[in-house]
Design a protein around this ligand. Structure first.
Ligand code: PEP
Ligand code: MN
Length: 355
């Protein structure tokens, strides 16, 4: 039998797989057996399902915990399930679930998080926290901190993308800068990617998984089902255990600091980047000083801050210029919008200063 998961000593990549939902005893056991054949060590299944609208399948409940126990006994796999309230925590602990995770709707709610943390006070169990549905790194950190304060020693984060009203190829937009920021602020926190809920379909799973590996994530949680099209929840995004093996084999696993290679070139390039970044900062500073001068002028002459024709022509000019560079229109547009926003903020401050 494989040794118990230790989130503080992960062998990269850590793989967690299994169906979105436990449906029947047969489906749970069949899923687990097939995953074991593929060499997977950690089995996930949702027992209580948070569904956006009522009248959908909301999970089998406590009965499924018996099936998870049978999975442990029959296959030796470790089991993981989602807990969203105190009752779930107590039931999952009572039935010996090995790993808990907190879902995206729950991590968005500090009251619910605190209750879960209180229920777990002093319990030695690995807990993974999915990012909240809204793109707020502080809220995600807050959820992890509540568990840390309750004495949970094995903690990890799961990146599952963020809801948006905008149309996108993803079910939940990855917004990679948010898990990257979480890693910067909590450098020792393992981060696992959940491509299934990011993609919402099978087609994008490989590229999102590869991206997570290239960003040095510690592992992947991927939904698998013996007959995905027949799944009672999230059918479109689930794959078979065999397809999972295929996907995992296709991944290129790069490491942060490979042994035995010279880092001179990398160091040279980093040195250059640091110089350019300094120049970018100095230029932005100068630009903002000029913008402050304009603010003073507008104030003295009773002119509005926003002169929309001028702003539009700036943006259009740079978007046109971007065609001759290797910078995307999307990036140029974001960059100049951010600069413009900061200029307006400065000028507003100037307007509001007492004469
Ligand atoms: C799940 O993992 O099945 C799930 C419901 O995830 P999320 O909380 O990311 O929506
Ligand atoms: Mn799901």
């Amino acid at each position: 039998m494989k040794s118990k998961l230790d989130l503080n000593k992960i062998e990269r990549p850590l793989i967690i797989a299994g169906p979105c939902s436990a449906e029947t005893e047969e489906q749970v056991l069949n899923s687990a057996r097939l995953l074991k054949e593929e060499g997977i060590g950690i089995f996930r299944a949702g027992i209580w399902k948070p569904r956006t609208r009522p009248n959908c399948f909301e999970g089998v409940g406590r009965e499924g915990l018996e099936w998870m126990k049978t999975v442990q006994k029959e296959t030796g796999l470790q089991t993981a399930t989602e807990v969203a309230n105190v009752n779930h925590v107590f039931d999952a602990l009572k039935y010996g679930v090995d790993i808990l995770w907190v879902g995206a709707r729950t991590s968005a709610n500090p009251f619910a998080m605190q209750e879960i943390a209180d229920a777990l006070q002093g319990v030695d169990i690995p807990v993974l926290v999915k990012n909240p549905v809204n793109p707020d790194v502080e809220l995600w950190m807050g959820a992890l901190e509540r568990l840390e304060k309750a004495g949970i020693k094995q903690l990890g984060a799961i990146h599952r993308g963020f809801s948006s009203y905008e149309h996108s190829i993803y079910r939940n937009i990855p917004q990679w800068q948010i898990p990257i920021e979480l890693k910067r602020r909590m450098p020792d926190m393992p981060i696992i990617c959940d491509p299934s809920h990011i993609c919402g379909n099978r087609e994008l799973l490989q590229s999102v998984s590869q991206k997570a590996m290239d960003l040095n994530f510690d592992g992947l949680m991927i939904e698998t089902h013996p007959t995905p099209d027949e799944a009672w929840s999230d059918a479109k995004q689930q794959i078979t255990p065999k397809q999972l093996t295929h996907l995992l084999k296709s991944l290129e696993l790069r490491v942060e600091n490979p042994d035995g290679i010279s880092l001179d070139t990398l160091e040279d390039l980093r040195f250059k980047i640091d110089q350019y970044d300094n120049e970018v900062m100095a230029i932005l500073q100068k630009r903002m000083e000029a913008s402050n001068g304009i603010g003073q002028y507008k104030k003295a002459n009773n002119m509005t801050i926003l002169q929309s024709g001028r702003w539009e022509s700036i943006l259009e000019k740079h978007l046109a210029q971007s065609k001759d560079t290797n910078l995307s229109e999307r990036f140029i547009s974001k960059l100049f919008k951010a600069i413009h926003e900061e200029s307006i903020a400065h000028q507003t401050e100037i307007m509001n200063e007492k004469k």
